[in-house]
Design a protein. Structure first.
Length: 185
């Protein structure tokens, strides 16, 4: 009898149902996860990101042929600045449309910036696809970071005044390119 009385006195008067306890633990993990994400800059991923109307930051890169190319040299022309990589399937799918746009628009300059690959794989890629332009090599990733590119492919359409007129994240077809070029000219 004494043990029954002891059990009654030592047991809590209220106990949360198991489902409620599981939800509370998951909620706690979610709060901690969100806090860690926020501390790593997750709340403002676009902080400092470039938008339509921003002046396109200048840069100098080397192309696959070893020549230096500076964005400022193309002021007065429309520039399609495309960030890509040879290992990126959506990048490969949009390259023929970009090349066709370059051939159809004599005042369009295509600056295709390859992300952190060397000249040999890029030159092979250009030959395989028969591209008419020479991609630029961002071997350090600095220019890609300067433009806050987080996804490949990403394209910036820069007007003759040096301002970003349109931004496209993801693969483009001819229709998308043409629409963005109309905004940029």
């Amino acid at each position: 009898m004494e043990s029954d009385e002891l059990l009654k006195e030592s047991s809590p008067k209220f106990r949360w149902p198991p489902l409620t306890r599981v939800i509370a633990v998951l909620f706690l993990f979610g709060v901690v996860g969100f806090a860690l994400w926020a501390l790593q800059g997750g709340i403002s991923p676009t902080r400092g990101a470039l938008g339509v109307g921003s002046v396109a930051p200048n840069f100098t890169l080397t192309n696959a042929a070893g020549q230096q190319v500076n964005l400022a040299d193309y002021r007065g022309k429309t520039v399609l600045l495309n960030f890509w990589a040879t290992w990126c399937p959506p990048c490969r799918s949009e390259m023929p449309a970009i090349d066709a746009a370059a051939k159809a628009n004599p005042n369009l300059v295509v600056l295709a910036v390859d992300l952190q690959e060397g000249p040999l794989p890029v030159q092979d890629y250009v030959q395989q696809l028969g591209l008419s332009f020479s991609p630029l090599l961002d071997t350090t990733g600095d220019v890609t970071a300067l433009y806050h590119v987080n996804s490949l492919p990403s394209s910036f359409f820069i007007g003759p005044d040096g301002r970003i007129r349109a931004i496209n994240v993801g693969a483009m077809d001819g229709r998308i390119i043409e629409g963005n070029l109309q905004k940029s000219s």
